[in-house]
Design a protein around this ligand. Sequence first.
Ligand code: F6P
Length: 326
Amino acid sequence: MKVKKIAVLTSGGDSPGMNTALRAVVRTCAYKNIDCVGVSRGYQGLINDDIKTLKTRSVRGIINRGGTMLYSARSDEFRTKEGREKAFSNIKKHGIDGLVVIGGDGSFTGGLIFQKEFGIPVIGIPGTIDNDLYGTSHTLGYDTALNTVMDAIDKIRDTAISHDRLFFVEVMGRDAGHIALNSGIAIGAQEILIPEQNMGIEGLISSLKDSKKNGKTSSIVVVAEGDKTGKNVFDLARQVEEEFPKYEIRVSVLGHMQRGGSPTCFDRVLGTKMGVRAVESLIDGVSGKMIGIDNGKIVSTSLKKAIKGETKIDPELIRVSRIMNI
Ligand code: F6P
């Protein structure tokens, strides 16, 4: 079947580079003489028929903008069969014969069910800062988030040094420690706590004792939000404070600033390549795949594998971080 009209949506937590990928999808459609429509607020927009034609000029000036021009949402209604039926009736009404979903694992799970139930071909672009999808070394927005975190912690370090303080900095990543591990190495953290490798409170305390013995007067501990060493980062800081009553401890939760900002060059190029390949895949009759990157090459993986496959922490990163915190 010849693809004549493609719909694109952004769903779940936004990530820098979503706009870049959207622009690439729209312009590739124009290049291939295919109609393109944008769906506002993810799957909820499909249900509410919030669907508009996007032309080449509709996406001007967005390549460098964080967030998503299409808005994003997590739709509870789309989790129900009735919601998906409404969404599909709008797909039919608009004559849409392919869907590009820019989002994370929750968005892909929804897309996969939708494809299975109604036969509409779905292609995923991994837009999330968490880097937690199998089949791509980098998700879109991850590189930007890493640079944002690095800049923020560099600033925290300035004040940590001035006051001889120990800082616990919590970073995002949901259940994955990729942001914590990479940013932690980049800012020279004393310790990096990630869910994939729990060093335990004793391990942390002994590392901090060693660092004191070695003459360190201030330190940064980067904590992934999914780490379970303490109940949360504040509880963790309290436990450490009991052990070091003389150490001035502060906690900083970086929060949603990690999701915003202008995408880095890496994310702009990645989003562009992924957007082009997503449209080309639908034209070629491919469905149920996520576009990824592996050693600089654009690849594709089944959506099922992308969601279910384990994204492993690179043991080399753990090794070098251990050497550095001597
Ligand atoms: O998945 C992206 C992410 O930013 C996670 O790192 C974080 O746990 C979550 O979304 C926060 O979600 P919300 O914006 O709904 O608070």
